[in-house]
Design a protein around this ligand. Structure first.
Ligand SMILES: [Fe+2]
Length: 246
């Protein structure tokens, strides 16, 4: 058996690319995807109208829809809400149309890489707290003897563009090393709007980084894209990048 996850990210409802979203949805339906995964920045400004559009869109899928919040999915204008309950709006969407994936081939291990406030600007970059990392590591610990692939899922890439480049994700290097050591096979992420498939190493442990582009109009030198990840026990993770017209 195999499990095929259609992974998109950074759809940014409010400045979404409608043609790209339609193409993604059509592929999910036509190819009978096993799951849809969105790794955050579901909205552009965390407005209620944008969440409503997201709900309409993700409600159309009959397969499990696994949704994560990104840095754009915390309130921008309502500082009280941002500080007191930053993920309330994302939670409402997830409760409404989100689900979990049950698969014989892969387990998704969430890692929170967003924080409501940081001791630096911009607040948009990644920040893996000790607590977030501990939660992911505890989950990996329970899966130690599990033969399925372990896919870490987060919004921000854990490492910089190259080993010599500065890593914009605070705590990312340590998280990557610990997760790879604990048995993580790959990390699926978004945020940078450009796709990549790299095998990187920290502390003597390698792990694959599977980054996907955007389905919004906020392009950064690359066309809109999504990726199809295929999991089968005992086989390498398959990854097909699908680029769409801008
Ligand atoms: Fe982001």
């Amino acid at each position: 058996m195999t499990t095929r996850i259609f992974h998109n990210s950074d759809v940014h409802f409010g400045v979404e690319n409608r043609a790209a979203l339609d193409a993604f949805a059509q592929a999910v339906h036509a190819e009978k995807a096993d799951a849809v995964l969105c790794t955050g920045d579901i909205t552009q400004r965390c407005k209620h109208s944008e969440w409503a559009s997201a709900r309409d869109y993700f409600a159309q899928f009959s397969c499990p829809v696994v949704l994560f919040a990104g840095n754009h999915d915390m309130p921008y204008y309502n500082m009280w809400e941002r500080m007191s309950d930053p993920y309330a709006r994302a939670r409402r969407l997830i409760r409404g149309v989100g689900s979990t994936l049950e698969s014989d081939d892969v387990v998704l291990v969430p890692l929170k890489s967003t924080v409501r406030i940081q001791p630096r600007f911009p607040w948009s970059d990644g920040f893996v707290t000790k607590r977030a990392l501990t939660q992911a590591l505890e989950e990996l610990e329970t899966l130690k003897e599990d033969p399925r692939h372990k896919l870490i899922v987060c919004h921000h890439p854990l490492l910089g563009e190259s080993d010599s480049a500065k890593n914009p994700t605070i705590g990312g290097d340590a998280a990557f090393a610990a997760l790879a050591k604990a048995g993580g096979d790959a990390v699926a992420s978004g945020h940078v709007h450009t796709p990549f498939d790299l095998t990187r190493e920290r502390g003597g442990h390698a792990m694959r980084m599977l980054g996907v582009g955007t389905l919004s109009t906020r392009l950064r030198g690359k066309p809109p894209s999504y990726q199809v990840l295929t999991f089968a026990r005992g086989e390498p993770i398959g990854r097909e990048l699908r680029e769409l017209p801008a």
